[in-house]
Design a binder for this molecule. Structure first.
Ligand SMILES: C[S@@+](CC[C@H](N)C(=O)[O-])C[C@H]1O[C@@H](n2cnc3c(N)ncnc32)[C@H](O)[C@@H]1O
Length: 266
């Protein structure tokens, strides 16, 4: 989701309201995230389109999800230095974080809703990866010291309520003093008129500016619509606070923030 923005619209492709809308967490068929990751791992270009419901599109690629540490964006590279094991990677995709974690001898668990992504993780040697939703984690342990939410996954539940529910759930599976590495693009770090108009419409409808309705297009397939909540520092701090975490620091890099959320005592 971090590729460059294209500046044209596909309004003719936009058929808003013809489809039901879910959070990213309820993406089912045709599992486009999983297919782009599988194809990227097979050496294909895996380019796909992320389409917003106002017709704005972004060209992106499954290759982003298999990048080695050296090619990650700077903010994620700096943030990962904070980890202590065991580590839980939520919405883990093809397991690029797992590659880093295991190369440092730490214990790695991952969850993802995409069956194909989980299959790819298993094939790549990450055995403790499960098909599971971020807001309903049942792994039979409560000692994770780090939860990772990279690739904009802080907002993967799609709404403020969904994010708070997810973060509250992390309380049950983490040790005292655990951290969450919360990645999110700051939606308001832009002067693009299409984005500013989208934010204004959201505010007028009582939604956070960065609540975006999206779907993926890959080859001849298209996902159902889903929501992603992009958060700046202020909203991230508020949602964390509501869920029993606090924003200890933020690592910023060209509009993409990784918040380090620290677990509060009871
Ligand atoms: C943008 S990708 C990021 C993948 C990975 N974190 C990375 O940065 O390479 C988002 C991933 O989150 C997964 N996902 C979406 N909703 C989820 C949920 N509720 N629980 C777990 N995984 C979810 C998708 O299947 C997809 O693999």
């Amino acid at each position: 989701m971090r590729s460059h923005l294209v500046t044209f619209y596909l309004r003719s492709l936009s058929q808003s309201n013809l489809f039901s809308v879910t959070s990213i967490s309820e993406i089912a068929m045709p599992d486009i995230f999983g297919k782009t990751m599988r194809d990227a791992l097979e050496g294909k270009d895996a380019d796909y389109i992320l389409e917003r419901d106002d017709g704005f599109i972004r060209n992106t690629t499954g290759r982003d999800y298999i990048k080695p540490f050296e090619e990650w964006i700077e903010g994620e590279r700096e943030a990962i230095l904070n980890i202590e094991g065991p580590i839980l990677d939520v919405g883990c995709g093809a397991g690029r974080v797992g590659d880093y974690v295991k190369s440092h001898g730490l214990e790695y668990y991952g969850v993802d809703l995409s069956p194909l992504a989980v299959e790819m993780c298993h094939k790549r040697g990450h055995e403790n990866v499960f098909v599971m939703s971020a807001d309903d984690i049942e792994l039979g342990r409560s000692d994770f010291k780090t939860v990772v939410l990279f690739g904009n996954n802080f907002g993967l539940m799609g709404t403020p309520e969904g994010v708070v529910k997810m973060l509250k759930g992390f309380h049950r599976v983490t040790a005292d003093n655990a951290i969450v590495l919360a990645g999110s693009r700051d939606p308001e770090d832009t002067d693009d008129e299409a984005h500013l108009a989208y934010h204004a419409k959201n505010r007028a409808e009582g939604k956070p500016p960065g609540q975006v309705k999206l779907r993926n297009r890959y080859l001849n397939e298209v996902d159902d619509w889903w929501y992603l909540l992009l958060c700046g520092k202020k909203l991230m701090a508020e949602l964390a606070e509501e869920a029993g975490w606090y924003l200890e620091k933020t690592i910023e890099e060209s509009g993409y923030n990784v918040g380090v959320l620290r677990k509060k005592g009871l």
